[in-house]
Design a protein around this ligand. Structure first.
Ligand SMILES: Nc1nc2c(ncn2[C@@H]2O[C@H](COP(=O)(O)OP(=O)(O)OP(=O)(O)O)[C@@H](O)[C@H]2O)c(=O)[nH]1
Ligand SMILES: [Mg+2]
Length: 461
């Protein structure tokens, strides 16, 4: 089936604030569409008289209503199509950053026939007008939402088209393969032999290998984009919430000497040497009859399964108890780091099996051992994570899923080829593979998926 790139020609003009709500130095209103320049010439009076506005120049002046009432003192810029964010005519008014000001200017323009933009609609237009592909559009949100330098780097690389170019290279090779097979289907009676199996299977294998390398990068990419999820677990009162607070350097979670203080998850982001983490404090694990607490324990168990690392806390001052053994059962030892807390108090000897685990002794009260804990976490993840990653990696599960599907289809082609199936069957798998890769870049992405992607954006982006 042919690959069709969606192209829409918009006839309406959209407007939205591009800066967040609230008070600030400036508040920017962004306009895109055929009426953008009219909006500028009708409502903006430049301080210096001019015959016409030039594109991409910032003008100082004022906004007036049509009845001559002064609305605000602003800077204005016109970016004529196609050299703009959306590839349409774009105008931005840099007003004073207050809600009444932006609201008044926006109302003026809505009355003029402009429409309030949906979330992400500017970027959606950039995509649909062919300025960027879908991976670049998605990266725009990732850049905005990046909470660490590593996540920002990854997102900027994708926004710059790094992933798109890689997908293009793969799809060109895939198309070549399809062409070889299809030439045979189209002219079966002529003297075109199906290219020898060796050549086809070699090309397929090479494609699978290159895709698998990219797929293998997903774990580290995901960690960079979303942050490593670290769960603080252990029986009640061992000092989990105190550790969260100590690592954050603020009193985020409630700490008391009453066991069962934390009933729900408390999640906070932080970075260690640029490595992004999501730290989650959990309800203490123990056998309990209290229904609320039991629900907390049940949820902790579920969360443990999905975490990248568990910090299992033992109270060094109390020594090991049955509840500690119970908590240990929930942990996956491969992904567990033992933390012996309250090192500022007298310590009881650790018993097996805890004495056999890699452990860090610390005190959230004095700060002793916190640096060692940070270092241990960093060492564990830095290879796959932040430090010196220059090669491209997948970080978005949508991309991972589609590329996995693509690779599986090529693998199926490879098997069918070996089994001596007809060219029609062979071409079918390859076309499906091509379709899957097109979903990544947006060529073949279904509309409902596109809508979900752009709904994640903020208004005005
Ligand atoms: N001396 C000392 N006391 C600590 C330390 N860490 C925690 N505590 C005390 O231990 C008690 C329990 O601390 P929390 O941080 O609330 O323990 P928790 O594991 O979150 O407890 P739950 O939420 O009930 O499961 C509090 O009285 C803390 O002040 C420490 O490093 N040294
Ligand atoms: Mg707690």
């Amino acid at each position: 089936m042919p690959l069709v790139v969606a192209r829409v020609s918009y006839t309406d003009t959209i407007i939205a604030p591009a800066t967040p709500p609230g008070e600030g130095g400036v508040g920017i209103l962004r306009i895109s569409g055929p009426l953008a320049e009219t909006a500028l010439t009708r409502f903006f009076r430049p301080a210096k008289k001019l015959t016409a506005f030039s594109s991409h120049r910032l003008y100082y002046g004022h906004i007036y209503t049509l009845t001559g009432e002064l609305v605000d003192e602003v800077m204005a810029v016109l970016m004529r199509a196609p050299a703009s964010y959306t590839r349409e005519d774009v105008v931005e008014f840099h007003c004073h950053g207050g809600s009444a000001v932006l609201y008044r200017v926006q109302r003026l323009l809505l009355e003029e026939g402009l429409r309030l933009a949906a979330p992400g609609e500017f970027t959606q237009r950039a995509f649909l007008n062919g300025r960027i592909d879908l991976t670049q559009a998605e990266a725009v949100v990732d850049v905005i939402k990046a909470r660490s330098d590593a996540a920002r780097q990854l997102a900027v690389q994708q926004m710059d088209g790094g992933l798109y170019r890689e997908m293009e290279k793969l799809s060109v090779r895939l198309r070549d393969l399809v062409a070889l097979v299809e030439a045979y289907i189209d002219f079966p009676d002529e003297e075109i032999a199906l290219p020898d199996n060796e050549q086809l299977s070699c090309a397929a294998q090479q494609l699978i290998a290159d895709m698998d390398t990219l797929l293998a990068s997903f774990d580290s990419g995901r960690v960079l984009r979303e942050g490593i999820s670290i769960l603080i677990v252990g029986r009640p009162n061992v000092g989990k919430s105190s550790l969260l607070n100590a690592l954050l350097g603020e009193s985020r979670a409630i700490v008391t000497d009453i066991p069962g203080t934390t009933r729900d998850f408390i999640e906070e982001g932080l970075t260690i040497n640029g490595l992004p983490l999501r730290l989650v404090d959990t309800a203490g694990i123990r056998r309990t009859d209290d229904r609320v607490e039991a629900e907390g324990v049940r949820r902790s168990q579920q969360k443990i399964a999905a975490a990248d690392l568990q910090l299992l806390l033992i109270d060094g001052n109390c020594g090991v108890s049955d509840d500690d053994l119970y908590a240990l059962k929930f942990c996956d030892l491969q992904r567990t780091l033992l933390v012996v807390s309250k090192s500022d108090l007298a310590q009881k000897p650790l018993l097996a099996p805890f004495s056999e685990l890699e452990r860090i002794e610390l005190s959230s009260k004095t700060g002793f051992g916190l640096a060692a804990l940070r270092e241990a976490i960093f060492q564990r993840f830095s290879v796959s994570g932040a430090a010196g990653r220059e090669s491209l990696c997948l970080s978005n599960s949508r991309h991972f899923e589609a590329l996995s599907r693509c690779s599986a289809k090529i693998a199926s082609f490879y098997e069918q080829l070996a089994a001596g199936l007809s060219a029609e069957f062979l071409a079918y798998d390859l076309r499906e593979a091509l379709f899957a890769i097109g979903e990544i870049t947006g060529e073949t992405t279904p509309d409902d998926v596109l809508n979900i992607i752009f709904e994640r954006f903020c208004i005005g982006k």
